[in-house]
Design a protein around this ligand. Structure first.
Ligand SMILES: O=c1[nH]c(=O)c2[nH]c(=O)[nH]c2[nH]1
Length: 306
């Protein structure tokens, strides 16, 4: 008897970078591009692999990597959610010892470079700063397919319509109350889809991604803010108000502080015009907002930094 117990374990190939080109149109001269970073984690009967050196139950991580690339050719990449679902179901359904698979995907977006001198389109410029994310988990015993999608690294700023005052003041409080401040943050957002949406082959993942992103940005812009906490709640609620497929939203919002610069030494009045943008330290505001009656599934322990 060992003194120790093997606890939660999973393995797979992480960060498989894959670029899929689809050729369409006149002799395939119109190209479409999907640029992904795909990580696979397998869960199941891997006790002996860890404890005895018997690899009989071990599907090599190299194979999981090959599967990702082969599936891109065989099945195409229509969306991170569809691609992740296909992979997660393949690993669990094809090997008896694999009970659950999790596929994490990041997608990097590309815009077309408009080229006036030719009609074909195969030139792109990396667009936006944000990364689209998705995590697909499939368990063959429960039949549960869980899809949590979102984005990270989306930096936004309101140059007014933000205040912060009325907070607790103790002997260590030096913060001045603000009645007109810059509110800026770099959004990490995750939203969990309902089981019905995840199971529906007609769910349009690209459309839902664009919609949730737009709703979140509109709520950020339209909310007169008395705290980043209040803005966070408004952003999450806005998504669920308009997306019945989404049951839960978790936001991690670093408060990217902008401090008014003291221009008095130069005989100048700073009328909320000149700020110092601090990159560290930062307030970190994090919350899950979910529909009443559902059990939240998005991990709260992930340490997400600015
Ligand atoms: O929106 C804010 N929330 C806080 O909790 C906080 N704390 C702080 O110092 N500044 C801010 N701003």
């Amino acid at each position: 008897m060992s003194k120790y117990v093997l606890g939660q374990n999973q393995y797979g190939k992480a960060e498989n970078r894959i670029v899929k080109i689809v050729r369409k149109g006149n002799e395939g001269s119109w190209h479409e591009i999907r640029d992904l970073n795909v990580s696979v984690a397998l869960r199941g009967e891997f006790r002996d692999v860890h404890l005895t050196g018997d690899n009989g139950n071990c599907l090599p991580t190299d194979t999981t990597k090959n599967t990702v690339y082969a599936f891109a050719k065989e099945h195409g990449v229509t969306s991170p959610e569809d691609f992740g679902t296909r992979l997660a179901q393949h690993f669990t359904n094809s090997q008896s010892v694999i009970h659950e698979s999790q596929v994490r995907l990041e997608e990097y977006a590309w815009d077309r470079i408009p080229v006036p001198t030719r009609r074909d389109q195969h030139s792109f410029v990396r667009s936006g700063q944000e990364v689209r994310t998705s995590q697909v988990t499939f368990n063959k015993h429960t039949g549960q397919l869980q899809i949590v999608s979102g984005l990270k690294d989306l930096t936004v700023l309101n140059s007014t319509n933000a205040e912060f005052h009325g907070y607790i003041k103790d002997k260590y409080t030096t913060l001045q109350e603000a009645y007109d401040r810059i509110l800026a943050t770099k959004v990490t957002a995750r939203w969990a889809y309902s089981a019905a949406a995840a199971a529906d082959p007609d769910t349009d993942w690209d459309r839902l991604y664009k919609k949730a992103r737009r709703l979140m940005l509109e709520a950020f812009a339209e909310t007169y803010s008395y705290s980043l906490q209040q803005t966070l709640n408004a952003m999450a609620e806005r998504i669920m108000d308009h997306c019945p497929q989404i049951n839960e939203v978790r936001l991690n919002l670093p408060n990217k502080h902008h401090f008014l610069v003291d221009l008095e030494p130069f005989g100048l009045k700073n009328d909320n015009e000149v700020y110092f943008a601090a990159d560290r330290m930062y307030g970190l505001i994090e919350a899950t907002v979910h529909r009443d009656g559902i059990t939240p599934v998005i991990a709260t322990s992930d340490w997400i930094t600015a």
